[in-house]
Design a protein around this ligand. Sequence first.
Ligand code: FES
Length: 139
Amino acid sequence: MKLEGNDWFYSKEVKKHFMKPQKFLKNENEIKNFNGYGKVGNMKCGDMMEFWIKVKNDKIIDVRWKTFGCASAIASTSMLAKMLTEKKGMKIEKALTLTGTDIMKRLGGLPKIKIHCSILGDQALREAIKNYLENQKNG
Ligand code: FES
């Protein structure tokens, strides 16, 4: 499978996740149910991503996210959310090994110019895990 295309194309999977994003934060009241939070990006260009995780027994059992990023960022983060929460949640240590390439594989590729968008969710996830671990340390 070719992950980076020069063409102007979006795979079926990208379109599906963009049209129907999974685990998108719709209601701010939901935030209180999560125990890790991360935020990355640059407000000026709008490539902003916020990510919440709910960890139980070292597993990420639920997530929420929101972004000002583009269609590729939305589709990538929706796929990331699916990957983290399928099979009853992913272990933190495994989540830390996920890369933009893993997400792109599941999406069926992204146009080359859009690859950086797949990293936004991944970076916000890492921040959220860091925040969760710090919260644990500080009781
Ligand atoms: Fe900036 Fe996709 S998030 S172009």
